[in-house]
Write a protein that binds this ligand. Structure first.
Ligand SMILES: Nc1ncnc2c1ncn2[C@@H]1O[C@H](COP(=O)(O)OP(=O)(O)OP(=O)(O)O)[C@@H](O)[C@H]1O
Ligand SMILES: [Mg+2]
Length: 147
């Protein structure tokens, strides 16, 4: 597999639209598979992307999920339009969740999404401003892992 240029794209995600849950991350996963990345890279990117997509659907009004693939790395940026996170440090803790019961009944709300995004990326950044929105940037480096 050989990437020479930057491959990029984006998906609009509508908050509350559970009927499309997983659509963007599934699409990104199949792009990575078609580029021939090894299973472990695809798995990590897919988990991180899916958790980011779900958080936009569950907690926000709307957002954009972008991917940018270069010979060196996969970058995933999830940017939403709010409400923002009051205490990012708390939100990053395993098991912390504000998901309402009806969301938990669908199987979400274990408070593991953000920790798993961090765990599955090599670089993880989160920026949030209450009233404005949240941006999560995740990078997975490809060195020595290209198939
Ligand atoms: N984009 C976001 N905008 C606003 N709040 C968010 C956002 N992402 C996460 N949060 C807040 O951070 C908490 C923790 O998020 P995290 O993804 O770790 O767990 P969860 O979504 O509650 O459960 P799980 O991801 O395991 O289904 C959420 O419950 C929510 O309060
Ligand atoms: Mg989550």
């Amino acid at each position: 597999m050989d990437i020479k240029d930057t491959i990029e794209g984006s998906f609009h995600i509508v908050g509350g639209d559970f009927s499309r849950a997983g659509e963007a991350s599934t699409e990104i996963k199949s792009i990575l598979q078609s580029l021939g990345f090894n299973k472990e890279i695809v798995r990590r990117a897919a988990i991180a992307t899916f958790e980011a997509e779900m958080n936009i659907i569950i907690y926000t009004t709307a957002g954009i999920l972008r991917y940018e693939i270069t010979p060196e790395r996969i970058k995933i940026i999830a940017q939403d339009m709010g409400p923002g996170i009051e205490d990012v440090e708390l939100a990053m803790q395993e098991g912390y969740s504000t998901a309402p019961d009806w969301v938990r009944e669908m199987g979400w709300g274990s408070g593991m999404g953000l920790p798993n995004m961090k765990k599955n990326s090599d670089d993880f950044k989160i920026d949030s401003v209450v009233g404005e929105g949240t941006t999560v940037e995740m990078i997975i480096y490809l060195d020595n892992t290209k198939s």
